[in-house]
Design a protein around this ligand. Structure first.
Ligand SMILES: [Zn+2]
Length: 129
């Protein structure tokens, strides 16, 4: 399992045109093809650089990696802090939000998913600000 943790990102909420930012954790299980680890944060950036919704961005990143690498599975978990909810008290999306997308073996196999979650939970704990 290849895991890239704590990829910081910032994006703009398409509902309110206000920033949201956080960290992404990406994992895949190669099926022949691999990419350089530095490419994964660039993929996250590529999708963060447009008006976004955190849930959709999470799925777009997973699907993009799935298409490019055709791995056995892809997992993406993103934490986000949304300025719109902090400033306006909008309850549309909570101020701190976690979204995830699991494809392939991460969706099918509970142990694989648990292994990934254990890896990223060990890393978290430090706060965003
Ligand atoms: Zn918003």
């Amino acid at each position: 399992m290849v895991i890239v943790r704590d990829i910081t990102y910032q994006s703009l909420c398409e509902h309110h045109m206000l920033p949201f930012l956080g960290r992404a954790h990406v994992a895949y299980i190669p099926n022949g093809k691999v990419i350089g680890l530095s490419k994964i944060p660039r993929i996250v950036d590529m999708f963060a650089q447009r008006l976004q919704v955190q849930e959709r961005m999470t799925h777009q990143i997973a699907e993009f990696i799935d298409e490019v690498l055709q791995p056995k599975g892809v997992a993406v978990v993103m934490d986000g802090v949304h300025m719109c909810s902090m400033i306006r008290g909008v309850k549309k999306h909570g101020s701190g939000m976690t979204t995830s997308a699991m494809l392939g073996i991460f969706r099918e196999d509970e142990r694989t998913r648990a292994e990934f979650m254990a890896h990223i939970q060990r890393a978290s704990g430090q706060s965003l600000f």
